[in-house]
Design a protein around this ligand. Structure first.
Ligand SMILES: C[S@@+](CC[C@H](N)C(=O)[O-])C[C@H]1O[C@@H](n2cnc3c(N)ncnc32)[C@H](O)[C@@H]1O
Length: 396
């Protein structure tokens, strides 16, 4: 058995108890249908067509459960194929789907390197997996070979700077205890961890907490035998080398160099992203979407026809804060982002309900379309870079 498989058989990750499904739904990017539509399909996917999904390296089922539940709630047809090397993880994922009474999922124990054997997919979720492959490019190639025309990938891969402190500890623990079976490795690594100085960069890194949550979290963060972070230039390069093209990051504002400094003329796009990542220093994962490099970029429909959605912000309270010009900062991990939206835009924000187009929102607010669109440009510029505003017709 490979070391990685051995790890996830002993420590299914993330640690989840199927009984908790009765209490809460865990959500996160990628693989939120509205975000997928926004980032991959210009908010225009025809959701009456069944979405064929591959969850590649589905683990204990966070992405799987989220997708199946949100698509079921939206009344949209889907067929999901879950694949993971670890039978212990699959057991947890199966129990979670069962606990929710969800259907339309087929479970497989196997490798994503065989993705095309499982079918052709409109959407592939691959969250927290590719950086654990001996050859991540081979994984990207296999997933690309399983993609239907017009389809897309939702990815999360580790990024180096926000994970400062992790890699020296992984290297040391693997050198010292890599010959031991997983449980003994964990025991020794935890003992050694207790003795490292308080001033170790890992202790000083506010972006990481997995090691405090569970044994599976400690192992995944600090004892992993195969973990290769990608800086943004390396990640976009890996996508481009394997037949993919970056569609969008879930929070593109994080990579926008112009928000941090004056951008030198003639700096190419990748160098801009890389420089923003280096200046920011807080990015611990890259989360976003990619499409086939051979597929055209879908066109957005005219602005008034788009259906806006707010994410993690209640429309009425947020609109009231805009009206009073007391806009709360947006929380992005450990960062707090200042946004400016004019008070006159408050009635438009109040009208965002996930059903109405911008035109309908303007009509309901009694604001002339031309004026509403000018205000909307400001709402869009303030919120879309942070994933707080997205467009999708899924609820129509
Ligand atoms: C860090 S977990 C992530 C699980 C899940 N995607 C999530 O985000 O919660 C990584 C998972 O990838 C699986 N894995 C690693 N290599 C794989 C491969 N070649 N094919 C399929 N699954 C793999 C592991 O067994 C493990 O369950």
């Amino acid at each position: 058995m490979s070391d990685v498989r051995d790890q996830y058989e002993s420590f299914p990750y993330p640690a989840r108890d199927p009984r908790d499904e009765a209490k809460r739904l865990i959500t996160g990017s990628p693989s939120i249908p509205i975000e997928m539509d926004h980032c991959l399909w210009a908010g225009q996917r025809d959701w009456s067509q069944p979405l064929r999904v591959l969850v590649a390296g589905g683990g204990t089922g966070d992405g799987l459960v989220q997708l199946a539940q949100l698509l079921t709630d939206a009344g949209k047809p889907y067929a999901i194929t879950y694949v993971d090397l670890s039978t212990a993880s699959r057991k947890v994922a199966e129990a979670r789907i069962k606990a929710r009474g969800l259907t339309g999922v087929s479970f497989h124990t196997g490798s994503l390197l065989d993705a095309p054997d499982f079918g052709v997919f409109d959407y592939i979720d691959c969250c927290g997996v590719l950086h654990h492959l001996p050859d991540p490019r081979a994984g990207l190639q296999a997933l690309r070979a399983a993609l239907a025309p017009g389809g897309g990938l939702g990815f999360m891969v580790y990024a180096p700077y926000g994970r400062s402190g992790v890699y020296p500890l992984q290297a040391a623990f693997n050198r010292l205890y890599g010959h031991l079976p997983p449980r003994a490795r964990l025991k020794h690594a935890k003992k050694a961890f207790a003795a490292i100085p308080e001033t170790h960069p890992l202790h000083r890194n506010p972006h990481l907490g997995d090691h405090k949550q569970s044994d599976a979290g400690f192992y995944d963060l600090l004892v992993h035998s195969q973990d290769q972070a990608f800086d943004v230039a390396a990640w976009v390069g890996a996508l481009n080398d394997t037949g993919w093209a970056l569609a969008a990051f879930a929070q593109p504002g994080l990579y926008d160099l112009g928000r941090l400094v004056d951008v030198p003329e003639n700096m190419d796009d990748i160098t801009r992203l890389a420089t923003a990542e280096q200046l920011r220093g807080t990015i611990k994962v890259h989360v976003g979407y990619a499409r086939a490099a051979t597929d055209p970029t879908p066109h957005w429909q005219a602005a008034p026809d788009r259906v806006p959605h707010l994410h993690n912000v209640p429309a009425a309270a947020f609109a009231a804060a805009i009206a009073a010009q007391k806009i709360p900062k947006l929380r992005m991990g450990t960062e707090q982002i200042d946004v400016q939206i004019p008070a006159a835009a408050a009635p438009l924000v109040a009208g965002i309900n996930g059903q109405n187009s911008i035109r309908a929102i303007a009509q309901d607010a009694g604001i002339a379309e031309e004026k509403a669109l000018k205000l909307w440009t400001k709402i869009d510029a303030a919120l879309t870079p942070w994933g707080t505003l997205r467009y999708s017709g899924i609820t129509r």
